[in-house]
Design a protein around this ligand. Structure first.
Ligand SMILES: Nc1ncnc2c1ncn2[C@@H]1O[C@H](COP(=O)(O)OP(=O)(O)OP(=O)(O)O)[C@@H](O)[C@H]1O
Ligand SMILES: [Mg+2]
Length: 334
């Protein structure tokens, strides 16, 4: 991390090994060979198991080819070259390097002219020294992300909400809906989830407040968690969920899976789906809410209430005697 005199924000410097044009030509060649003789099925790359198998296969193949072409290459350089190759062929290129850093909460691409921004756990928003090559590349990555999540992003449906294979939440928008270019926003979820004790220790919430919430949940009151964007609503909802008694049937409804309940709970997770290109097959929050009422739930958890319609059905569900927990985007409780 560096701070340059006169800059408004600090820079997160990522050192990606620089390789000369000779190496680049070799890498391109290697890509071609590896693709040719492994006959990758593009449509199967959506399957995480297949993807892992392909990674292994590529790693072995390219390692053999490199040993033959560059017998004097040391182990470290060889591994770096293979990593670059894998990121470019099966992953999200340079984004993968950022996705590997546990200190980052958010990774955002605004267009190909501006650097990628990140939100660091400790230092907040930082710019990076990484750029996307072109608008097409951003769209291409958005497409890969969409397809792996079983969704699509096109001129006709230029907004995407989904999850990466790793579980991180991803959003993408296309120009001209996003005026400066195509965007990608990735919320890296914590590999080790927040717990109640974490929140007490870092002074997010006191034990007395938690005790009150526990009582409210025990006696089946409804709970709405509201706050600004990225203020920690979903995390807070999540840490409260273990308060639900294990003999209660829980149904969660979300656009993208973020909520994680402990194994001992009786839980049915449900997620919405975008309609396909012909406008068919869509499953909305509203559909799921209405449907969940017929699944005899004791508790309904709606990841995020966004539209007026969602809210209406949610209140309807509360009226019918179910306890509902949800998050709202709002600045105050009023
Ligand atoms: N109490 C906390 N202390 C420190 N970091 C937190 C805390 N709660 C949440 N975070 C971190 O803040 C980020 C945003 O959290 P979260 O996704 O829960 O927010 P949100 O309000 O649901 O956001 P959105 O409005 O985008 O849905 C996450 O990276 C999370 O790990
Ligand atoms: Mg949220």
């Amino acid at each position: 991390m560096i701070y340059k005199e006169g800059d408004f924000v600090r820079t997160y410097l990522l050192e990606i090994p620089d390789y000369g044009s000779g190496t680049k030509a070799l890498l391109d060649n290697l890509k071609r060979i590896a693709i040719l003789d492994s006959n990758v099925k593009a449509e199967r790359l959506l399957d995480p198991k297949y993807l892992t198998a392909m990674r292994l296969q590529f790693r072995e193949r390219s390692s053999k080819i490199l040993e033959k072409e560059l017998p004097h290459l040391d182990e470290e350089s060889k591994n770096t070259l293979i990593a670059i190759l894998l990121h470019e062929m099966l992953g999200l290129g340079k984004l993968d390097f950022l996705l590997a850093d546990d200190n980052l909460e958010e990774i955002v691409v605004n267009n190909h002219k501006d650097p990628i921004w990140i939100y660091h756990k400790e230092f907040g928003w930082l710019i990076t020294n990484i750029f996307m090559d072109s608008e097409e590349q951003i769209q291409n990555y958005a497409n890969i992300i969409a397809r792996r999540g079983g969704k699509q992003i096109t001129v006709l449906s230029p907004l995407l909400d989904t999850r990466l294979v790793t579980g991180d939440r991803a959003n993408a928008t296309l120009f001209p809906i996003s005026g400066k270019g195509n965007t990608i926003t990735i919320r890296r979820f914590r590999r080790d989830p927040w717990t109640i004790t974490d929140f007490v220790k870092n002074h997010t919430v006191g034990a007395d407040v938690l005790a009150l919430i526990w009582m409210c949940m025990q006696y089946e009151l409804n709970i709405i968690i509201s706050g600004g964007t990225a203020s920690g609503k979903t995390s807070f909802l999540n840490i409260c969920l273990p308060f639900i008694q294990p003999n209660q049937r829980v149904i969660t409804i979300e656009d993208t899976r973020e909520l994680l309940l402990p194994d001992f709970l009786h839980w049915v997770p449900m997620t919405t789906r975008e309609p396909n290109a012909e406008g068919k097959g869509g499953v909305s929050m509203l559909d799921l809410l209405v449907n969940s009422l017929r699944q005899r739930p004791d508790r309904i958890i709606v990841g995020e209430t966004r539209s007026q319609k969602d809210a209406e059905v949610m209140f309807e569900a509360m009226h019918t005697g179910h306890s509902v927990y949800t998050t709202f985007h709002a600045n105050t409780a009023e």
